[in-house]
Design a protein around this ligand. Structure first.
Ligand code: SAM
Length: 225
């Protein structure tokens, strides 16, 4: 079994490593973080008041969740304490919690957003992670997870060369959908996303016609508790 990536080790250089990795696609490494939140916005039918960024890392997505859902209270949780400190420093209005704090939490969220986390969780641990996510949900909570698309050769190359992806075990969309189903989520949908680098962002309006094609850089699975 590959050794689990310790994200404490990468918290300081996470942004610069990502910038290096994605430089071919965008000069702004925040482009893909915002892209995911914009995708999320398109599929939501109601405005969430509380959002949990599960596996928030240094808070790259949390920042855009606040930008695009200004009336929501943003929470984050992560295994990496050092990443949580960086997230809190970058976004003091957020509430960033350790895994032991979130496991003991008695509150639930309207929306749980999970970006690029499941491929870092060992396959046999994934059902219990979804069980925890279900515990943090109430009737009607929307759960949305973005994952790397293993059918896209460029995505696979990026994962194979990324230092903090050394423990990555990519999931096919069907596997993630099945995990959602096993955790009791309903109205499960899935589509491919992240088709356009920033230089072609003006083509993003086409994404809704392409989402069934397994060539997007990532895919997203959405379900309701
Ligand atoms: C690739 S980073 C993504 C961070 C963030 N979601 C983003 O989009 O920038 C993966 C994150 O998942 C966290 N993680 C891995 N396994 C986890 C688990 N079982 N529970 C919570 N967080 C986890 C890692 O510590 C790391 O910060």
């Amino acid at each position: 079994m590959t050794k689990k990536t310790d994200f404490d080790h990468y918290a300081d250089e996470y942004n610069s490593l990502l910038k290096e990795q994605l430089s071919f696609f965008s000069s702004d490494n925040n482009y893909f973080a915002e892209y995911k939140v914009l995708q999320l916005k398109q599929i939501l039918k109601t405005q969430p008041k509380t959002i949990l960024d599960f596996g928030c890392g240094i808070g790259r997505s949390s920042f855009y969740l606040k930008q695009h859902f200004p009336n929501a209270q943003i929470y984050g949780c992560d295994l990496s304490e050092k990443s949580l400190s960086a997230a809190s420093a970058a976004m003091p209005e957020g509430c960033f919690l350790s895994m032991s704090e979130i496991e003991k939490a008695s509150f639930t969220f309207d929306l749980i957003f999970i970006a690029g986390v499941f491929h870092h969780i060992e396959p046999n641990q994934r059902p219990s992670t979804l069980k925890l996510i279900a515990q943090l949900s109430k009737n009607g909570t929307h759960v949305v997870a973005f994952e790397h698309n293993p059918f896209n050769p460029v995505t696979r190359h990026l994962v194979n060369t990324c230092p903090f992806d050394e423990d990555a075990v990519l999931l096919k969309p069907g596997e993630l959908k099945n995990l959602f189903r096993l955790a009791g989520l309903k109205n499960i949908t899935c589509h491919y996303t992240l088709f356009f680098p920033s230089s072609l962002k003006w083509l993003r309006f086409l994404e809704k016609y392409l989402r069934f094609l397994p060539i997007g850089g990532q895919y997203l699975v959405s379900g309701i508790v």
